[in-house]
Design a protein around this ligand. Structure first.
Ligand SMILES: Nc1ncnc2c1ncn2[C@@H]1O[C@H](COP(=O)(O)OS(=O)(=O)O)[C@@H](OP(=O)(O)O)[C@H]1O
Length: 346
């Protein structure tokens, strides 16, 4: 690893530690790289709490805001790309034969920078990372897009209960694949840290699984995360759209139409005829995004962009989980989601 990267990681870690000293929240150190703190019912990093408080206290939702919410590793980066492509399609055409196609921001900027997480402000390399979200909506781009992993009840009041028509799109994924993706991602982050006496090269799947099942995961417990948004989507379907990674994979066109309609910029019949939905889908496909230079070779402060594009498949859990793990996770989910009507496909 390059010295400058090591220094950045050290700096980031020590600033997390400094802040951590002042925190009065339940703490979990088992992940081995950064401690997790339990804030308003979910587990997250110290620095994130600072940003969340800022978001909760100072964010004022406007009519046209669109909040992309998700549980980590559910394909957030994909939904960010899709939502960005859909709301900006008149300004930035998605068809590769259009003469303006090469100016499309998704070709050169990570979706995580185009639609930033409000809680990861400290992790961006770009001081002006909110430049796209700051854009006032125009007739070309009807929405301001922001993203978050925080629990539904912790969203700012102006998003949840304000008189604004601000909308929330939630993405989740089956817990078996979420767990595997998260475990491998944590190990990817750990691999980028410098070695030290108390540093373990990787977190074993058994350890990580135990933590996950006990509810200790980044922005977990997983089941509380999904249930918060699920219940709100049932009570307030015009406010919260609940989407699943598996549906997006299997019924791409139907789900993109559903997404655009919810946002308030449905595809017209003429657009459908011209293949605009397919264009959006191809622009944001796993293979296409993964192979763009920015997503292959670019990086953020703590993470290389390629870590967000691993396999992009349904069912990779089969390569990692034992039958006993599957059984335990399934019965845990059955117990936690009982009576909610929420089910996952694997
Ligand atoms: N375009 C596209 N299509 C399908 N799947 C995709 C796409 N882009 C990313 N991915 C897969 O999504 C997983 C990363 O999830 P997140 O973006 O939610 O990660 S994060 O929470 O922002 O860290 C991660 O899943 P796994 O491959 O299973 O680890 C990515 O590979």
């Amino acid at each position: 690893m390059a010295t400058s990267e090591t220094k950045t990681n050290n700096d980031t870690k020590s600033s997390h530690d400094d802040l951590a000293i002042t925190l009065d929240y339940p703490k979990f150190s088992g992940l081995g790289h950064y401690d997790l703190y339990q804030y308003q019912g979910f587990w997250c990093f110290a620095k994130v709490i600072e940003s969340i408080k800022d978001f909760q206290q100072n964010f004022k939702a406007s009519e046209t805001d669109l909040v992309i919410a998700s549980t980590p590793k559910s394909g957030t980066i994909w939904l960010k790309a899709l939502a960005f492509a859909i709301v900006n399609r008149f300004r930035y055409p998605c068809s590769s034969v259009s003469k303006n196609y090469h100016h499309h921001p998704l070709l050169t900027v990570s979706p995580h920078d185009l639609v930033p997480f409000v809680e990861f402000k400290h992790d961006t390399l770009d001081n002006d990372h909110l430049r796209f979200t700051k854009n006032n909506p125009t007739h070309d781009s009807p929405c301001r897009l922001i993203a978050t992993h925080i629990f539904y009840p912790s969203l700012p009041e102006s998003i949840k209960t304000g008189t604004t028509k601000c909308k929330v799109i939630y993405l989740c994924r089956n817990p078996r694949d979420i767990f595997v993706s998260l475990w491998l991602f944590i190990n990817e982050l750990r691999a980028q840290l410098p070695e030290s006496n108390d540093y373990h090269p990787s977190l074993s799947i058994e350890e990580a699984f135990e933590f996950f099942c006990n509810g200790v995961s980044v922005f977990g417990p997983f089941w509380d995360h999904v249930l918060g948004y699920w219940k709100e989507s049932l009570e307030n379907p015009h406010k919260v759209l609940f989407m699943k990674y598996e549906d997006l994979k299997k019924e791409r066109k139907t789900q993109l139409k559903r997404l655009a309609e919810f946002i308030g910029c449905s595809f017209t019949l003429e657009e459908e005829r011209q293949g605009v939905i397919e264009d959006v889908s191809s622009l944001c496909s796993f293979e296409h995004l993964k192979n763009l230079d920015v997503n292959k070779n670019g990086s953020r402060k703590r993470t290389v962009n390629k870590a967000y594009f691993r396999k992009g498949e349904i069912g990779d859990w089969e390569n990692h989980l034992t039958p006993q793990m599957v059984k335990r996770l399934d019965s845990l989910m059955e117990e936690k989601l009982q009576g909610s009507g929420l089910v996952f496909q694997h």
